[in-house]
Every structure is written in structure tokens, then in C-alpha cells.
Design a protein around this ligand. Structure first.
Ligand code: PLP
Length: 401
């Protein structure tokens, strides 16, 4: 097949089947479009996938981050440590609370925050800055799991809370220091973890997100924050209805939001979760195929580093390309692949380089993040891709170069 004949391969997209459409239709024909039983059913199912005690679903990964930061009581004067490489929402959620962020460097070969990056950041802080740090949010980039155990140990030594941004890591597994296999979302090394179910992610809901936690008090707080801060439990009322049997009564005790997930979205998510084992198998097969084909292109093109034996479920297939050594630029390379119907994307521009952050914190530069950003490109990875499509992508890359 010539390159012009090949169907367009986006870098990511949802995989939906008739069961998904039926599940959504069933909800549309039922009584509850929102705050109904399908939301609870999705949360129940996701709890078994993530391995946490509690799940609070919500309207997006961004809402999940904002709720998690609010649940920690983050406020002006507080600081949160985030990696320089992530989607902007990881940092924005802290700013929504009036807090500030501090950017660590990242591993240039994986794009992820390492424990050493955190220690290096601490070394450069004034005592006042260090005292203002309330939380740290490592990101499980592309579905790989960061050094969360070592980072959690630094967090505990410093009295910080930890949120893991696992928006890319639905279904990913990781090994702890004792060799126990764990699931992203189990909150073994975090107070909360956040997920996104945007269509390019591992399961699609249209828009959707969730926070997982093992902490009952955080769970209660997250439930309130998701729903305007409205307290409906009579035992907790302190206002006019306290001690009275008033079935209409609720009271607002916190400033919350409408971050609820509808039953329509939950129906799609629940149906998608039933297919998660098959999605995982397919994604891992495609990643293995890419990895095998790319060995011939090393060292100028190679995959991001992957912790051996972890069982990561890749949301993205990220390669690191030495464009200079190959005599090209990323702009030309992306355009050449696009002409051959291959979609790509860059994950991510260092957050500190966005004009908003540059204006807020001045010109920053982290060497590992800059090196990662200069080389990173995400190739197509999604469940409807075939192994032949992967071969096509790699053949076209070889041809372009
Ligand atoms: C790492 C990361 N965090 C947070 C988000 C925000 O998720 P959502 O798009 O569902 O708001 C995304 C989405 O792309 C993400 O990639």
C-alpha cells in the first residue's frame, strides 16, 4: 500500500462498540440522567480496577485535580511541587485554589519527576519557601509509573501530602520496593490519585474523571466539593435544620462546585471498563511491536524508558528523536508524517514555558525537561490500531528519514 492510500492514524482516539452505544441508550431511556445509580455502579467498578477504598467520579481529570487540591485545603501562600513536564492541568488545579507551584526537573529519558529532582529542588529553596510546601504531585506520564515510592518517602519526611496524577495510567501496574505488584490508583503511596477519561485516554467517557483515595475523611470532603459543598447528612448539620426532621433540608458548609459526572457518561465509562482487560492486552501488544521495530533505529530514535516488569499500560507511545543528528527538524518530520496520514503530538511543552506561567514566575529552564521536550513525539497508539498499522508507521518513519 502506498502512503497516500493508508487511512489516517490519529495519535490517540476512543474505541467504542455497539455495547457502549446500547449502555448509553439504556440510560437515556431510563429515569436517571444524573446523580443516579449508574454513577455509583461506575465508581464501584473503578474501585476494583484501581484497588483503592474509595472512588469519587467527576466531570473531568481537571475537576479531579481541582477537587483533590481543595480537599487538602490548599490556599494562597501554599505551594505544590509538580513536574515541569505534564499537561497544564496538573499545575493549574493548584492555582485555582490560589496556591503556587514549584517545578521540578524531570528525567530526560522518561519525562517524569524523579526523587533526585525533588531533592535538587528542595536544595534550592529558601526556608520560607520550603515551609510553604503543602503537597507534591508526580505524574505517571504516558502510563508509566513514576518513582512514587521514593517520592512519597520524601513527602512524608517533609510532612507534605501527595497526589499522583494518573490521568494516563488507567490499569497500569507497578512494583513496590518489596516486589509487590500494585495498581495505579491504589493510593498505597499517595493520599489521592486522579484519573481522566477523555477520549484519547485508556477508557473514554466523552469527558470524565475520578479521584481515588483510601482516606475516609478525604472521601467525604471530595463528595461535598463535587456537589456545591451541600451536606445532606442530618448528623452533620449545624445550621437551621440541625436536630430537626426536615426532608427538604441540606446545608452548604464548604464552597463546592458542580463537578458531577452524569449517568450518561458513567454508562459509557462502565461499559468501557468491561473491555479494559482487552484494551490493556491490545495496547501492550502494540507497544511491544513498536519497541521491537524501533530497536533498528536506535540510538537516534528510541522509546521512552520503561521500568522493567511493571506492567505499564501505555496511554501514549512516546519516542525520543534526535532530530539534529538525523538532519531534520520536528516541524518537518511531523509535516512529512502527516502527509502520509500519520498523526503525532508532543506531550508536553514544559509547563513553565507557557506565557501565563512565564509571566507569573519569570523565565525558567530545567535541563532535563528541555532535553525531553526537544526530542519527544507521540506516535499513534489506540485500540483500533492494528499491528500492520504500527509496521506502516515505522516504515514511513524510516522512509522519511
Ligand atoms: C496528565 C494529565 N493531567 C490532567 C489532565 C486533565 O484531564 P481532563 O482532560 O479530563 O480534564 C490530562 C488530560 O489531558 C492529563 O494528560
Amino acid at each position: 500500500m502506498t502512503s497516500g492510500d493508508h487511512k489516517y492514524l490519529p495519535y490517540g482516539r476512543q474505541f467504542l462498540d455497539e455495547d457502549d452505544i446500547q449502555a448509553v441508550s439504556d440510560v437515556l431511556r431510563g429515569d436517571w440522567l444524573t446523580t443516579g445509580p449508574t454513577v455509583a455502579a461506575f465508581e464501584d467498578k473503578f474501585r476494583t480496577v484501581a484497588g483503592s477504598n474509595h472512588v469519587v467520579s467527576c466531570s473531568s481529570g481537571t475537576a479531579a485535580l481541582h477537587m483533590a487540591y481543595m480537599a487538602l485545603g490548599l490556599c494562597p501562600g501554599d505551594r505544590v511541587i509538580v513536574p515541569s513536564i505534564s499537561f497544564i492541568a496538573t499545575a493549574n488545579g493548584a492555582l485555582y485554589c490560589g496556591a503556587d507551584v514549584l517545578f521540578t526537573d524531570v528525567d530526560p529519558d522518561s519525562g517524569m519527576m524523579r526523587a533526585q529532582d525533588v531533592l535538587d529542588l528542595i536544595d534550592g529553596l529558601t526556608p520560607d519557601e520550603l515551609a510553604s510546601v503543602v503537597a507534591i504531585t508526580p505524574v505517571n506520564l504516558a502510563g508509566e509509573v513514576a518513582e512514587i515510592e521514593a517520592i512519597n518517602s520524601i513527602a512524608r519526611q517533609n510532612g507534605w501530602k501527595m497526589i499522583i496524577d494518573s490521568c494516563h495510567a488507567v490499569g497500569s501496574r507497578y512494583g513496590d520496593g518489596r516486589g509487590v505488584s500494585r495498581t495505579a490508583g491504589d493510593c498505597h503511596f499517595a493520599d489521592m490519585e486522579v484519573f481522566s477519561f477523555h477520549p484519547v485516554k485508556t477508557i473514554a467517557m466523552g469527558e470524565g474523571g475520578a479521584v481515588t483515595t483510601n482516606d475516609a475523611a478525604l472521601y467525604d470532603k471530595l463528595c461535598l466539593l463535587r456537589n456545591h459543598g451541600m451536606e445532606r447528612n442530618p448528623d452533620k448539620w449545624t445550621g437551621r435544620g440541625a436536630g430537626k426532621a426536615q426532608p427538604w433540608y441540606y446545608e452548604m458548609q464548604h464552597l463546592g462546585y458542580n463537578y458531577r459526572q452524569s449517568d450518561i457518561h458513567s454508562a459509557l465509562g462502565l461499559s468501557q471498563l468491561k473491555k479494559l482487560p482487552a484494551f490493556i492486552e491490545k495496547r501492550q501488544k502494540l507497544v511491544a511491536k513498536y519497541d521491537a521495530l524501533l530497536t533498528d533505529m536506535s540510538p537516534h530514535i528510541r522509546p521512552i524508558t520503561s521500568a522493567p516488569g511493571h506492567g505499564a499500560v501505555r496511554h501514549l507511545y512516546v519516542v525520543l528523536i534526535d532530530f539534529g543528528a538525523l538532519g531534520t527538524t520536528r516541524e518537518d518530520f511531523v509535516a512529512a508524517l502527516s502527509a502520509r496520514n500519520i498523526g503525532t503530538q508532543v506531550h508536553y511543552i514544559p509547563i513553565y514555558a507557557h506565557p501565563y506561567y512565564r509571566d507569573k514566575y519569570g523565565e525558567l529552564s530545567r535541563p532535563g525537561a528541555e532535553e525531553y521536550y526537544a526530542r519527544t513525539l507521540s506516535l499513534p497508539l489506540h485500540v483500533s490500531l492494528t499491528e500492520d498499522d504500527v509496521t506502516y508507521v515505522i516504515e514511513q518513519i524510516a522512509d522519511v528519514l
